[in-house]
Design a protein around this ligand. Structure first.
Ligand SMILES: *[C@@H]1O[C@H](CO)[C@@H](O)[C@H](O)[C@H]1NC(C)=O
Length: 222
């Protein structure tokens, strides 16, 4: 191989490597494997408590899950992906367990915060959540938090239904956390859910106050 061609290939190789943003290939953003969720309804119990998220029952009116109780939050691993005007393509993961992470992020409590929750068999990085995020940020300076509960949104449907209650409780806790840490105001929050992501009852019940706006797109009846 002549040296010019070799140089060209070498250049191409490094240019290619450098153009891959390491953030874009973080494996946790890939769709979770949609393996069937473990079933909780074989365990004959009617309530399950998960620390500060509280207790969950499968008795009326939550008897629509074939006795399934929400899975452990450590299994569902709900993640909160923060996008801001400065950081509108590659989200930062924020967590209630890490206030310093939030402080280092571009979260601005003076701006509105949109919270987007996906539905059944989806995950945080599906294209509609990214498109919606982009449109919100183009429209006005805003914080967008996409809730990723992809590890809990798979089959069987009834188990995913039960899991939305843990997710709703986590969203409520996240709203409280953001307000406590940054001195924001609950009226600046806008909740958007699609399908099973329309966990309205749970989010709003558990948040101290009702957010100013909420939009539920094709909310599930169950
Ligand atoms: C849930 O419980 C209510 C009240 O006991 C009952 O009327 C309803 O049929 C039950 N729903 C299901 C799906 O079992």
């Amino acid at each position: 191989m002549n040296s010019k061609l070799f140089g060209f290939l070498l250049f191409g190789f490094f240019a290619g490597v450098l153009s891959i943003d390491p953030i874009t290939i973080r494996p946790e953003w890939f769709p979770p494997p949609f393996r069937p969720l473990p079933s909780t309804n074989r365990i004959k119990r009617s309530a399950q408590c998960y620390g500060d998220l509280g207790c969950f029952t499968n008795t009326y009116p939550y008897n629509n899950t074939g006795d399934a109780l929400p899975l452990n939050p450590r299994f569902i691993r709900t993640r909160f992906l923060l996008y801001t005007s400065i950081n509108d393509r590659f989200p930062r993961i924020i967590s209630r367990a890490a206030s310093d992470q939030l402080r280092r992020s571009r979260y601005n409590s003076n701006l509105p915060t949109k919270i987007i929750i996906h539905g059944f068999e989806q995950y945080g990085m599906v294209s509609w959540t990214r498109q919606m995020t982009r449109q919100f940020i183009l429209k006005e300076p805003t914080n967008v938090v996409v809730v990723d509960w992809g590890h809990g949104s798979g089959w069987p449907y009834t188990q995913a239904v039960a899991n939305t209650r843990v997710v709703g409780a986590e969203v409520a806790k996240m709203i409280e956390f953001l307000i406590e840490e940054t001195g924001g105001d609950v009226s600046k929050f806008h909740l958007i859910g699609h399908s099973l992501g329309s966990t309205r009852g749970w989010v709003c019940w558990r948040a101290r106050n009702r957010p100013r706006k909420d939009n539920w797109i094709g909310p599930s009846r169950t």
